[in-house]
Design a protein around this ligand. Structure first.
Ligand code: SF4
Length: 273
C-alpha cells in the first residue's frame, strides 16, 4: 500500500512539472518570433540556489524604504524631479556624442513607476524618435515585461546609461559614461524604484562595477544605494542569441516575485506559470 501511494505521488509530481514546463515554454517563445532552441525543451530546471540569495522579503522592503528616505531628503522626486533634471541637462554638450545625435533620449514611462529598466544607449530609431527601446529590441522588451511580469510599457520607467547615440552603435567610451552617469543617478533618485532591471553589460558595469560580467552577474540579486538590482541579458543580445531567452525568463520571474513582495504597482494580476 505504501509503495502504491509513493508511486501515485511521484506520478502527480511528474505531471505537475510537465504542465509547468509547457506553460513556461509558451511564455519564453513569446519573447520573439524565432523558434526556441532545441536545448530548451529537455533541460532540467535551473538550480534555484545559484539564482537567488536567501534574503527575506522584509529585509528587501527595509532596504527599499531606506533608499527612498535618502532620495527624499536630497532631491525632488517623481515628475517634478525628472523635469528639473531635464532642465539641467539642457542642450547637453558634456561629451562628444552630442555632435552626432538627432535627439537626447532622456527616458520614458511612469514617473512613479516601481520598476525601472536601465539599458545601454540609444540606437538609430531611438535617436530619431527621442525615446528609448522603440526598435526591434524595444518590442522584445515590451513582450518580456508584459508576458512575464504582467506590466505594460507605460507602467514602468525606461532609461539608458547614455542619452545620445554613439556612432555606428558602438559601445560608449568610459569618459562618455562618466559624463552622462550623474544624470542617470539623479533620475534614479527622483524615481525611487522598488526594483531596478539592468539590461546588458554596459548598464551592468555603469551601475554596479567595472569588473562584472553579465554572464556571471545575471540571475543574482545585487544592490545599489539600497535598491535591489537584477541584471539580465539585453533584448538586442536575445535577438541574436535566442538560447539566452531561458535564462532571461528565469531572471524576470525572480524580478516578478521581488516586485510583488515589495508591493510593486500593476494594473492587472501577474501571469501564472
Ligand atoms: S551622452 Fe550624455 S553627457 Fe554626452 S552629450 Fe549626450 S546627454 Fe550629454
Amino acid at each position: 500500500m505504501a509503495d502504491t501511494l509513493a508511486e501515485i505521488r511521484a506520478l502527480i509530481a511528474d505531471v505537475r512539472t510537465a504542465l509547468e514546463d509547457e506553460s513556461a515554454r509558451g511564455v519564453i517563445a513569446e519573447f520573439g518570433d524565432e523558434a526556441l532552441p532545441e536545448s530548451i525543451a529537455p533541460e532540467p530546471a535551473p538550480e534555484p540556489t545559484r539564482r537567488t540569495r536567501p534574503v527575506v522579503a522584509s529585509s528587501w522592503a527595509r532596504i527599499a524604504d531606506r533608499g527612498r528616505e535618502v532620495a527624499e531628503s536630497t532631491a525632488l522626486v517623481g515628475a517634478a524631479g525628472l523635469q528639473a533634471i531635464r532642465q539641467d541637462l539642457g542642450d547637453c554638450r558634456r561629451c562628444n556624442l552630442c555632435t552626432g545625435r538627432t535627439n537626447i533620449v532622456f527616458g520614458v514611462g511612469d514617473p512613479t513607476a516601481d520598476l525601472v529598466v536601465v539599458g545601454e544607449a540609444p540606437g538609430f530609431h531611438e535617436d530619431r524618435q527621442g525615446e528609448p527601446f522603440v526598435g526591434q529590441a524595444g518590442q522584445m522588451l515590451d513582450r518580456m515585461l508584459l508576458n512575464v511580469l504582467g506590466l505594460e510599457r507605460r507602467e514602468v520607467h525606461i532609461l539608458n546609461v547614455i542619452k545620445c547615440r554613439p556612432p555606428d552603435n558602438r559601445n560608449p567610451l568610459p569618459d562618455e559614461v562618466a559624463a552622462c552617469m550623474p544624470f542617470l543617478d539623479r533620475q534614479l533618485e527622483a524615481l525611487q524604484p522598488k526594483v531596478i532591471l539592468v539590461l546588458g553589460t554596459v548598464a551592468l558595469r555603469a551601475l554596479l562595477g567595472d569588473d562584472l560580467r553579465i554572464t556571471r552577474a545575471r540571475g543574482l540579486w545585487h544592490e545599489r544605494r539600497g535598491i535591489p538590482v537584477m541584471p539580465t541579458f539585453h533584448p538586442a543580445y536575445l535577438l541574436r542569441n535566442p538560447a539566452g531567452k531561458r535564462d532571461t525568463f528565469a531572471d524576470l520571474k525572480a524580478v516578478g516575485v521581488r516586485y510583488q513582495e515589495l508591493g510593486g504597482k500593476r494594473s492587472k494580476p501577474a501571469p501564472k506559470f
